[in-house]
Design a protein around this ligand. Structure first.
Ligand SMILES: Nc1ncnc2c1ncn2[C@@H]1O[C@H](COP(=O)(O)OP(=O)(O)OP(=O)(O)O)[C@@H](O)[C@H]1O
Ligand SMILES: NC(=O)c1ccc[n+]([C@@H]2O[C@H](COP(=O)(O)O)[C@@H](O)[C@H]2O)c1
Ligand SMILES: [Zn+2]
Length: 302
C-alpha cells in the first residue's frame, strides 16, 4: 500500500481534432484514470480536452467554435473533464509541446496563487484541523461503486493539491498518435524528447496499432519508455471521428457512438456534409508546412 504522501496528482491533457468528439474520446480519459489509480501511485484530478486550431489544416476540419461547443456538451455531466479553448484561439496552429507548456504554466500559477492565499490566512491551522476532521468522517463511510471511489480519489487529490507540490501534467493519446511520432517531418525530435522527458505520455491501445512494438522499434521512445504508460482497452472500440463523419455524409445513423447532445447539435447546424469534408482538401497539414518552409530555405539562398 502506497503512503498517501507518495501519491502524485495528475492532470491529463488530450490534444486532437475532436471533429467531432466521440464516446471513445471520453472513454480515453476514463480508461487512463482507472489505470493510473490502479497503480496506487497517481491521483487524477482533472482531464482537459484541447481541440486543435483551424490552422491545423486537416482535411474535413470544421470550425473550432463548433468543435469546442460539441466537446463542452459532451463533458457537461462530468465532474472532472474540462474543455480548454486556449489552443484553438491562437492565431496559428501550434506544436503540442507548446500547448503542454501553456497548461503547465497555468497549473503552476494556480498553485502559487493557492499557496499565497493560504499563507496570508491567519486561520490556516484551524482550517487544516477542520479538513482533517472532514477526512476522517469521510473515510468511515462505506463506498460501494467505482464512481464513488473515483470521486473520493478526486476530492482527496484536490485537497492534497492545495497542500503539496504542483500536479504533474501528462499527455493523453491513442496509440495512433504515438505512432505518428515516426511520420517523417511531422514532429520535431526535440519536441518528442521534451514531451516524454518533461511531461510523460499515457497511451491507450487502439485497433490497428501495436504501441508496445512501436516503442521497441523507435529509439527515442525506447529511451524514455519509463515515461510512457500504456493502457490496454479490453473492451475494444474502433470508433473514429472520420468514420462518424463518413456515416453522417451518407445519411447513416451514428446514434450511440457519440453523446446525443452532440448529435443533436450536429443535426441542428447541418455539420459534416460533402462540402465540409472538402475543406483543406488540397492543403498541406500545418506541421508539415512548417517543415517544408524550413526545407525549402536552402534552395532560396542558392
Ligand atoms: N478509438 C480510439 N481508440 C484509442 N484512441 C483514440 C480513439 N479515437 C480517438 N483516439 C485518440 O483521441 C485523440 C484525439 O483524436 P482525434 O480527434 O484525431 O480522433 P479520431 O477519432 O482519431 O479522429 P480522426 O478519425 O478524424 O483522426 C488522439 O490521441 C487519438 O489517438
Ligand atoms: N509537431 C507537433 O507538435 C504535432 C504534429 C502533428 C500533430 N500534432 C497534434 O496532434 C493532434 C493530432 O490530432 P489528429 O489525430 O486529429 O490529427 C493535434 O492536436 C495536433 O496539433 C502535433
Ligand atoms: Zn485521429
Amino acid at each position: 500500500m502506497e503512503n498517501s504522501e507518495d501519491i502524485k496528482n495528475v492532470v491529463l491533457l488530450a490534444c486532437g481534432s475532436f471533429n467531432p468528439i466521440t464516446n471513445m474520446h471520453l472513454r480515453l480519459f476514463e480508461l487512463a484514470r482507472d489505470h493510473l489509480h490502479a497503480t496506487g501511485k497517481y491521483s487524477v484530478i482533472k482531464g482537459i480536452i484541447s481541440p486543435v486550431g483551424d490552422g491545423y489544416m486537416k482535411k474535413g476540419l470544421i470550425d473550432a467554435h463548433h468543435r469546442v461547443v460539441m466537446a463542452q456538451l459532451a463533458t457537461k455531466d462530468s465532474n472532472w473533464l474540462d474543455v480548454d479553448a486556449w489552443e484553438c484561439q491562437q492565431k496559428t496552429w501550434m506544436e503540442t509541446v507548446r500547448v503542454l507548456r501553456h497548461h503547465r504554466d497555468k497549473i503552476g500559477l494556480n498553485e502559487a496563487f493557492k499557496k499565497d492565499s493560504n499563507f496570508s490566512d491567519t486561520n490556516l491551522q484551524k482550517r487544516k484541523r477542520r479538513r482533517s476532521l472532514r477526512d476522517s468522517v469521510g473515510s468511515s463511510e462505506s463506498k460501494t461503486s467505482l464512481d464513488t471511489f473515483n470521486s473520493e480519489q478526486t476530492k482527496r487529490a484536490s485537497r492534497k493539491m492545495s497542500d503539496s507540490g504542483s500536479p504533474e501534467l501528462k499527455l493523453l493519446c491513442g496509440a495512433d498518435l504515438l505512432e505518428s511520432f515516426a511520420v517523417p517531418n511531422l514532429w520535431k525530435e526535440e519536441d518528442i524528447v521534451e514531451i516524454l522527458s518533461d511531461y510523460g505520455l499515457v497511451c491507450i491501445s487502439r485497433a490497428g496499432s501495436d504501441a508496445q512494438k512501436f516503442i521497441y522499434e523507435l529509439d527515442v521512445l525506447w529511451q524514455f519508455r519509463r515515461n510512457i504508460i500504456l493502457v490496454t482497452e479490453w473492451i475494444q472500440n474502433d470508433i473514429s471521428a472520420t468514420k462518424i463523419r463518413r456515416a453522417l455524409r451518407r445519411g447513416q445513423s451514428v446514434r450511440y457512438l457519440l453523446p446525443s447532445s452532440v448529435l443533436d447539435y450536429i443535426e441542428r447546424h447541418c455539420l459534416y456534409t460533402q462540402a465540409s469534408e472538402e475543406c483543406n482538401a488540397n492543403v498541406i497539414l500545418a506541421p508539415l508546412q512548417k517543415v517544408s518552409t524550413f526545407m525549402s530555405f536552402p534552395s532560396i539562398s542558392l
